[in-house]
Design a protein around this ligand. Structure first.
Ligand code: AMP
Length: 313
């Protein structure tokens, strides 16, 4: 039955307890239908698997590849931090990773023009994609597209897409971050204000998402589910909207540009972390004293490490 749960992914929770996102078979089928519409690959294609099974991005790679006659190429752990040789050796067609992996390659000197000729699609997701990263990758993989995908686990892997163009290296985007674009088929993304009203056209607002990939909510947590999976007063249909906590705005082309988080959630190499969860664990360990965790960001505003301050008697 498609309405049954296909998998549950646990994500970091601000109070110290992880949230179990329940994704149904129908949610996954909707994702696969959308991916099939976007990626034109013939059976026999080779797709990368850079994500481990605790990361929901692994779902798209496995099931999209297997349901379309492709070969899933699971990167050995040793090559994961520097996959340059692997991409060339295995003649990968479809690449999917967090942008941080590209940063590793760049630092190690493995992002030279024309290096990755086999790539037809390069798909980045999970954290902001910097324009410089996209430009460098585009030169390294000249025969394919560079695409930025956005979406929380609660909406099944990803729900929006932006295809970055060769001519856009000098285009001004917010914080030089590649836009997250427009929703995939059968989805709506709307920017809302604090009162769940639709934000003004030029205003920054929180992204709310409805559509067939929106999950059932959190396992055994009706209260948390009710607070972010909501009906909207302005929507007369019975759609449920997931309030993402991501702030964005529209640009002149009608694409959404990611601005920031509304809360203290951060990403490290695409991993979702609620700072409150670490603070609460630290407080537990040091028995009642205070703990504050601060993200350390690189020149692109991307979190590379965390610094913890604790008070001890
Ligand atoms: P997760 O549930 O682990 O997939 O994390 C989802 C969160 O990652 C989103 O709510 C965003 O904050 C962030 N995110 C995912 N994709 C992108 C992207 N392309 N650009 C910016 N942030 C992203």
């Amino acid at each position: 039955n498609g309405a049954d749960i296909a998998y549950i992914v646990f994500t970091s929770g601000s109070t110290g307890t992880p949230k179990g996102v329940q994704v149904t078979g129908m949610n996954v089928m909707a994702l696969l239908t959308n991916m099939k519409q976007v990626f034109r690959l013939s059976p026999g294609f080779k797709a990368s698997q850079t994500f481990d099974l605790s990361f929901d991005l692994s779902i798209s790679d496995m099931f999209f590849t297997w349901s379309n006659g492709g070969t899933l190429c699971v990167l050995p752990e040793l090559e994961l931090s520097c996959p340059a040789e692997y991409i060339v050796r295995e003649k990968i067609d479809f690449w999917h990773s967090v942008p941080t992996l590209v940063e590793f390659l760049k630092k190690l000197g493995y992002l030279r023009p024309g290096m990755y000729e086999s790539l037809k699609y390069s798909v980045f997701c999970g954290e902001p994609l910097h324009q410089k990263t996209a430009d460098a990758w585009m030169l390294a993989a000249p025969n394919g597209t560079v695409e930025n995908y956005y979406g929380p686990t609660e909406t099944t892997v990803f729900v929006s897409r932006y295809v970055y163009k060769k001519t856009e290296s000098t285009r001004k985007f917010h914080n030089n971050i590649v836009p997250i674009g427009k929703p995939l088929t059968d989805h709506q993304m709307v920017l809302i204000d604090e009162e769940n009203k639709v934000a003004g056209e030029k205003e920054v607002g929180e992204i709310a998402i409805s559509g067939s990939q929106v999950s059932k909510g959190y396992l055994n947590d009706a209260e948390k589910t009710k607070s972010v999976f909501v009906y909207m007063p302005w929507d007369s249909s019975d759609s449920i909207w997931y309030k993402t906590g991501d702030m964005a705005k529209y640009n002149d082309s009608g694409d959404m540009e990611y601005i920031s988080r509304k809360d203290n959630q951060i990403k490290i190499a695409g991993r979702r972390i609620e700072i409150g969860e670490i603070e609460s664990i630290l407080k537990g360990k040091i028995k009642g004293e205070d703990a504050v965790v601060v993200p350390y960001r690189n020149e692109y505003g991307i979190v590379t490490s965390l610094v913890a301050f604790v008070t001890i008697k």
